[in-house]
Design a protein around this ligand. Structure first.
Ligand code: BGC
Ligand code: NOJ
Length: 824
């Protein structure tokens, strides 16, 4: 069953039923101001950091979730009232639709002959969201209406806001001036920022105290102010500051009216907080022009068009036409769009991540870059430098950092021994996309300490060295607290309820080793070899501590580690997963449960390990025979049936969920890439389609999460809810699937010296085309497959002239070229 449909021409998903299995959401905002918005206008907003600078309040886990952009329309003649976005009143609606688009959401419906539709978006470069509400009277008689709007402010630090009531029930403060509401809690002390809620119309009334608006013991679904039809003009002193307006409208039959609401964030200069300067009144000279601008309909429309154009431009970096609509839709629209969201927010704030638990993940953000770099390389560059600044002098990295401060998170700390290598892969992806080697010369500190700067290149060298300094008894990399699989805590021992699996009883110097990190190390060392081969005299002079090694050094490291993996990390039919803290095998046929894990198979084969001796093929055959389900590849089999403190969190999950044998979508693309590397186009696409959200749209009732974006996990075969997705939106799945489909199945792959065309497609496909921006040029690539093969470019022409090989060498100066390629 479906709850809506794709509108590809408008690049929208149109939800036609408000009670989707879970709230289906979208993100607004591109750089600093972000908003989560569900199909019923739920969600919240924050400035840069979902924990430290939360603008509006959201309560997870209360049925249906609480918090949103509440609108009520009231018929002042009948006293009937409803919410045009269904929540919170849940009144019956006609023609409900929610159009989630790229950076905007439009929610509309009709009730009792009154149409109300609101377009929500964040204008580019602004720290505010615009709600453009259009009310149309479709009745044959005049309508006397009241519109009420409401937002509930968060007292900035979302954690404190949800816990420290003895203090924060007394700190709330607002100002109301010329019909605008300013939320200024803590402005009197160390903050110089405030939030505001504004409206294009002169309100008939307002409220800023939640209890006055709702009435005692009432919820958002029946506020007493709305019921009675007039505001209280309340001023919040402590308790729960809100912003609410009451607008009266009379509409003739057929008449429409647009009301614009703005919810925004503003910062004043430290020495210009007040006006007059010796008062406690917010200085509004800066914010008033912004409010005036976006409460103007023409200006709001212009800003919306600019947002549309921005997305056209971004997506223009890569567009395809293939025989499969699910491929086209995901590549051209939604997968690229999700890559932007994960780049912006990493794992910090979704409907499954409260925004208070963690900042941005180091490995996560580096991987997100892989799917994003072609869209805005300059932002990718900056992100790389910020990430590198959280690296430690040892070459390791803080596992997470706060976006607002850029500082590493001490609670979780370091020692996730895979972390630093993702920086190497991210830099590699950036270099292959842009050719901008100057990034390697950027001097970046370690742990954000002034004076510790070295060129970025040395950060990468230290990443490699980090692993070389931490090899275990089998010559394989030590795992530390965990590797990519955060739940494989082989050196920790958590026995007490509530302890962190990753940090409790952590044994410094524990000997658990990871075959996954070994595979990652090979990929990272090979990337270093490619970079080293192209350094040509740069870096050396500024590089104080580390000698610059030749490419051969890294190739040798990669080869040695490959050999070690094939020798010490091979189980007979697949790659082992790890050796635990006591040197026992994990992910082996000798184990009772968890005999085979997908990560080392996909990653090692993808990194080219075992390609020449048949091990990669055999490992991937084992993946197919043991891990494949109709909903994708399970992470491991069989799932652990009981908790084992020697394994850690992985065995804490009931079988089939999350890392314990769920279909962890993030590592499916590694298997897809591995199959493509080995020439199995049909198998690669088959794996790809099993977790493709658009393909799964028809299963929406089972899948439950949004059909336009990837979720982290789909419940595995042992789970009673096999096929049900969870943790949608913020997942490394987005970037890796984008890489898998565009660079490995379609096979159009940035390399250091140009764009490689090496498709690996199902033989039934007669070809496909791709438009791609690459290093300043526009390339139009058409691939023909007249012989029905999977792979093998036999001929290429550039602008009609035959060309050697299958690498498009960049041509300085921009322009356009037409490339034709024949497989055979
Ligand atoms: C989750 C992992 C996640 C880790 C750290 C665990 O509970 O299962 O997927 O990586 O927490 O956030
Ligand atoms: C989610 C985490 O954010 C990511 O870093 C990790 O690799 C996966 N879970 C797997 O555990």
């Amino acid at each position: 069953m479906r709850f809506g449909h794709f509108d590809d021409a408008r690049r929208e998903y149109v939800i036609t039923q408000p009670d989707t299995p879970l709230p289906w959401m979208n993100y607004l905002g591109s750089e600093d101001y972000f908003a989560l918005i569900t199909n019923t206008a739920g969600g919240y907003a924050f400035y840069r950091d979902a924990r430290l600078r939360r603008i509006t309040r959201y309560r997870y886990n209360v049925p249906g979730h609480h918090g949103g952009r509440y609108l009520y329309v009231r018929d002042d003649e009948s006293a009937d009232y409803w919410s045009p976005g269904w929540q919170p009143t849940q009144s019956p609606l006609e023609n409900y639709s929610c159009r989630h688009g790229l950076g905007y959401t439009i929610i509309g419906s009709t009730h009792a002959g009154i149409r109300a539709e609101t377009r929500y978006f964040v204008p580019l470069g602004e720290n505010l969201e615009v709600w453009q509400t259009t009310i149309t009277n479709q009745r044959s008689t005049p309508a006397k209406l009241s519109i009420f709007s409401a937002v509930e402010f968060c007292l900035w630090d979302a954690w404190d806001d949800a816990t420290n009531f003895q203090r924060n029930f007394s700190t709330g403060e607002v100002e109301v001036e010329e019909g605008m509401v300013y939320h200024k809690t803590e402005y009197r002390e160390r903050r110089r920022h405030f939030a505001y809620f504004a409206c294009s119309e002169k309100p008939a009334g307002f409220d800023t105290q939640r209890e006055d608006f709702l009435g005692a013991y009432r919820g958002w679904e029946r506020p007493s102010v709305v019921e009675q039809g007039h505001s209280c003009d309340s001023i919040a002193y402590g308790w729960q500051p809100i912003g609410s307006f009451h607008i009266r409208v009379t509409l003739e039959p057929g008449e429409e009216k647009q009301i614009i609401f703005l919810l925004g964030y503003f910062e004043n200069p430290r020495d210009g907080k007040y006006d007059p300067p010796d008062s406690q009144t917010i200085n509004k000279h800066g914010v008033k022009p912004v409010i005036a601008k976006f409460t103007d309909r023409t200006q709001a429309d212009t800003a919306f068009e600019a947002l549309r154009a921005y997305w056209d431009e971004l997506l223009g970096a890569l567009q395809v036409e293939t025989p499969n609509e699910h491929v086209d839709r995901m590549v051209n629209i939604w997968n690229a769009y999700q890559c932007m969201a994960t780049f912006n927010i990493s794992r910090s704030a979704s409907l499954f991540e409260s925004g208070i638990g963690r900042g941005l993940g180091f490995r996560d953000s580096n991987q997100d870059l892989l799917g994003f770099v072609q869209m805005v390389p300059t932002r990718a560059r900056q992100r790389i430098l910020n990430l590198a600044a959280t690296q430690l002098p040892s070459g390791g990295a803080y596992h997470q950092f706060q976006p607002l401060t850029g500082l590493g998170n001490h609670d979780i700390g370091s020692n996730f021994n895979d972390d630093p290598h993702w920086l190497v892969l991210a830099v590699g992806a950036y270099l292959r996309e842009t050719g901008d080697f100057s990034i390697l010369d950027e001097c970046i500190p370690y742990d954000n300490h002034l004076g510790s700067e070295t060129p970025l290149y040395e950060h990468l060298q230290r990443a490699v060295q980090y692993t070389l300094d931490r090899l275990g008894p089998h010559g394989l990399p030590l795992i530390g607290r965990a590797d990519w699989n955060d739940c494989l805590n082989l050196n920790s021992h958590a026995e007490t309820p509530g302890e962190s699996f990753q940090t409790a009883g952590y044994k410094e110097g524990g000997i658990a080793e990871s075959i996954f990190i070994a595979g990652l190390f090979v990929a990272s060392a090979r990337e270093m070899a490619q970079i080293a081969a192209r350094l040509t005299g740069r870096i050396q002079e500024t590089n104080a501590e580390f000698e610059v090694k030749q490419a051969g050094y890294y190739l040798q490291l990669a080869d040695q580690m490959s050999d070690t993996i094939c020798r010490e990390g091979w189980d007979g039919e697949w790659f082992l997963r790890a050796y635990d803290g006591a040197g026992r095998k994990v992910g082996s046929s000798e184990c009772e449960e968890g005999k085979i894990y997908v990560e080392p198979q996909g990653f090692c084969a993808m990194a080219g390990i075992g390609l020449d001796n048949g091990l990669a093929r055999q490992a991937m055959d084992s993946v197919r025979s043991r891990l494949l389900t109709e909903h994708g590849l399970a992470l491991l089999q069989p799932a652990y049936s009981k908790y084992d403190p020697n394994l850690g969190e992985i065995s804490s999950y009931p079988p089939g969920y999350k890392e314990n044998g769920g279909i962890f979508c993030h590592n499916n693309p590694w298997a897809i890439i591995a199959e493509a590397r080995m020439g199995n186009g049909e198998g690669a696409l088959d794996y790809y389609l099993r977790i493709n959200p658009s393909k799964r749209e028809a299963l929406s009732e089972l899948h439950r999460c949004e059909p336009y974006i990837y979720a982290q996990m789909i419940a595995g075969p042992e789970a009673p809810t096999h096929g049900e997705a969870k943790n949608s939106w913020l997942t490394g799945t987005a970037a890796w699937n984008y890489v898998a489909i565009t660079q490995w199945i379609l096979g159009i792959r940035p390399e250091y010296d140009g764009l490689r065309i090496d498709p690996c497609i199902p033989p039934q496909w007669n070809g496909f085309s791709m438009r791609r921006r690459f290093r300043g040029e526009r390339l139009e690539i058409t691939v023909h497959n007249p012989e029905g093969v999977s792979r093998g470019v036999v001929r290429m022409s550039i602008d009609g002239t035959e060309a050697e090989g299958n690498l498009i060498v960049p041509r300085p100066g921009g322009g356009e070229r037409k490339i034709e390629v024949w497989l055979g």
